[in-house]
Ligand binder design. Sequence first.
Ligand code: 5GP
Length: 200
Amino acid sequence: MKDKKGLLFVLSGPSGAGKSTVIREVLRRNPALYFSISCTTRPPRQQEKDGFHYFFIDHNQFKAMIARDEFLEYAEYVGNYYGTPLPQIKSKLDAGIDVLLDIEIQGAIHVREKMPESVSIFLAPPSFQELERRLRSRNTDKEEKILSRLKTARAEFQKMPLYDYVVINHKVEDAVSEIESILKAEHCRTAHRMQLIEEE
Ligand code: 5GP
C-alpha cells in the first residue's frame, strides 16, 4: 500500500558530522527518495557543481527569492545564506515522493514550525574531538572558518533534544541503515495507514 503523500525528512548535524557522505549513501540505496538541492550564497568548493550540490546564487538573487516567498525556510550560517526552494518539494510530496533535506538547525526549526508532520533527524559525530579532527582533515576551510564552524557546532549540539531522532555516525554504513529504519518506521505510523479503514 502506498501513502498518498510523501514524507518530509530533515537531516541536520554539525558541520563535520559526515552528513554529505551519509546522505550520498542513503540516496544511492534509496533512489526513490528526492534530495532537495538548496540555494546558497556561499562560493562553490572545489569539485562542487552548480545545480548538483547547490544552486550557487548571489545575495541579490537570494533576496529576490525571499521577496517572492520561494523558500520553505532559509537561514544565515557562518556568514552565508542557505535556503530550501519550496516549489519542487511541494510537487514531490504531492506526488507521494519522500523528500530529504540537509539543513542546519535554525532551518530545521522553521521547517518544524511550518510543517509539523515532518520528521527530523540529528546526525551526531561520535565526539566533539572527532568532529574537530574531521573538520581539520577536510582541508577545505581556513582556520578562521574552522573555528567559526566549531563554535556553531557546539551551539548546535545543544539543540539536539528538539529532533525526533538522533543517529550517531560512528560508521557510515551503520548510520545509513539507522536512517533507513527511520524512513521505514515513519511510513508505518498509524496516521499514514488510515486508508486501510477509510477505503473500506
Ligand atoms: P556547507 O557550507 O558545509 O555546504 O553547509 C553548511 C550548513 O548549511 C550545513 O549544516 C547544511 O546542512 C546547511 N544547509 C544547506 N542547505 C541549507 C538550506 O537550504 N537551509 C538551511 N537552513 N541550511 C542549509
